[in-house]
Design a protein around this ligand. Structure first.
Ligand SMILES: CSC[C@H]1O[C@H](OP(=O)(O)O)[C@H](O)[C@@H]1O
Ligand code: ADE
Length: 311
């Protein structure tokens, strides 16, 4: 059944704690019927797509298509600040983000999943990458860019996947490159020598912004190619889309199993990201002296953390 998004309610009156961000080849979540389509605006503009509210066992889950409903945003054009800010304003504290990645290691085969624990930033500074600027400065910790508690949940769901030899690798380092062109062969070999496991164009600044917004954030990567370091075919878009389509059943099973786990503990400390609460606020409050603060920048921070300047 296809749902006409325009016919759905544009308001939803319960807090939503869990969100899924879909990447390339995953601009909707098959098998779920949205009950609302929200089109919020934030101080950083509109998100890349309407935020669909789905229900998983009666628990609301937000779904956002990173590149837009029709994949119209290139990786450097994705309005990541609006996406993360809009999700936080809805009540979201846990984000599971999907990404199609190239594999930089022989043992990570196309169709395998990877739950990364590290990232190396190879974006080029052309993407807006922080909420804290223009008169309010903040420096959050980013030593471990993903959420270990959510990673453990995803790892426990590996058994939900079907098919011969499809595997889930429980850790790995993402190289996040600028794109939109793929890497040169020299770059691809260099990333391997750095210890990169997989490569994409979307982990950053999304993960940095999620940390600034005090969200628990975990990316799930699906390998679609061996980039261009391998002796087999070099990556191209057709190859990425072919593997995404071929493995969509597994992606669906994995999302379903992860949502089963998270929705069961919708109000837990983990899903409510209690372990991140206050981390960014502490990093911001003491940096810029009151006389140096810009009122507009303060208002933007207030959108993320209502009541921030009153405490
Ligand atoms: C079409 S291949 C490059 C494209 O695919 C990945 O997208 P996403 O992370 O949103 O799944 C990669 O990051 C690039 O944006
Ligand atoms: N080889 C690759 N490089 C960058 N992003 C990708 N997404 C999927 N495959 C990729």
């Amino acid at each position: 059944m296809t749902v006409d998004i325009l016919s759905l309610p544009t308001v939803f009156d319960r807090p939503v704690h869990i969100a899924v961000i879909g990447g390339t080849g995953l601009s909707s979540l098959p098998g779920y019927h949205p009950v609302a389509a929200l089109t919020p605006t934030t101080p950083w503009g509109a998100p890349s797509s309407p935020i669909l509210i789905l229900e998983h066992g009666g628990v609301p889950v937000a779904f956002l298509a990173r590149h837009g409903l029709h994949h119209q945003f290139a990786p450097h054009e994705v309005p990541a600040r609006a996406n993360i800010a809009a999700l936080r304003a809805l009540g979201v504290r846990t984000v599971i983000a999907f990404s199609a990645v190239g594999s930089l290691q022989e043992e990570i085969r196309p169709m395998d999943f990877v739950v990364p624990d590290q990232v190396i930033d190879r974006t080029k500074g052309v993407r807006p990458f922080t909420f804290f600027e223009g008169g309010v400065v903040g420096h959050v910790g980013f030593a471990d860019p993903f959420d270990a508690g959510l990673a453990a949940v995803v790892q426990r769901c590996a058994a939900s996947m079907r098919g011969d030899g499809v595997r889930l690798h429980s850790k790995g380092t993402i190289i996040c490159m600028e794109g939109p062109q793929f890497s040169t062969r020299a770059e691809s070999h260099m990333y391997r020598s750095w210890g990169g496991s997989v490569i994409n164009m979307s982990a950053l600044p999304e993960a940095k912004l999620a940390r600034e917004a005090e969200l628990a954030y975990q990316m799930i990567c699906m390998a679609t190619d061996y980039d261009c370091w391998h002796s087999t075919e070099d990556v191209d878009v057709a190859m990425v889309m072919k593997y995404m389509a071929a493995n969509s059943e597994n992606a669906k099973h994995l999302v379903g199993a992860v949502l089963d786990e998270l929705c069961k503990q919708e109000n837990s400390e983990l899903v409510l990201a209690k372990h991140w609460a206050g981390s960014a606020q502490g990093a911001v409050k003491f940096m810029t002296k009151p006389e140096g603060r810009d009122p507009e920048a303060m208002k933007r921070v207030e959108y993320l953390f209502p009541g921030f300047w009153d405490q």
